[in-house]
Every structure is written in C-alpha cells, then in structure tokens.
Design a protein around this ligand. Structure first.
Ligand SMILES: [Zn+2]
Length: 75
C-alpha cells in the first residue's frame, strides 16, 4: 500500500485549528473570539497565515502538509 508524501490541510487526519483572538480588539485588532485568519499546527503550536507557511518545529509530523484548500481558494 503506497502512502502519499503530501497531505492536505483539509485531510481529516491532519491537526490544524483556526486561530481565534483571545484578547480584546485594542490589543491585536481582533475582537475576543474573532478568527484572526491564521492557522495553528496543533502538534507544534506554530502559527502562520496558511498551513504551508507554518514554520513547524523539527520533528513535527505535520511539516509535510500542504494546503490544496488554500491553493484553490486564494487564486
Ligand atoms: Zn507542526
């Protein structure tokens, strides 16, 4: 059984979460609980504007994940 070397952000076995602001609007420009538009890797906790930009820590099992979803929705 062959395994694909790239996984998608949208695959159910990848662990990402959308970042929501946990500070008031005057701190970061976003209201409490409002999505900041960033994505966090749930394994290494690194954050970026899109999954493929996340600077995963060495050894993070998700550093091979790309985002077909992002490519398809941001053209
Ligand atoms: Zn990671």
């Amino acid at each position: 059984m062959s395994k694909p070397n790239k996984r998608s952000f949208a695959d159910p076995d990848t662990l990402f979460e959308l970042v929501r602001s946990d500070t008031p609007v005057d701190v970061d420009g976003f209201k409490m609980g409002e999505p900041t538009g960033e994505v966090r890797c749930r394994e290494c906790k690194k954050v970026a504007a899109a999954p493929e930009y996340i600077p995963h820590l060495p050894g993070c099992s998700q550093n091979d994940v790309t985002s077909n979803w992002y490519e398809q929705t941001h053209q």
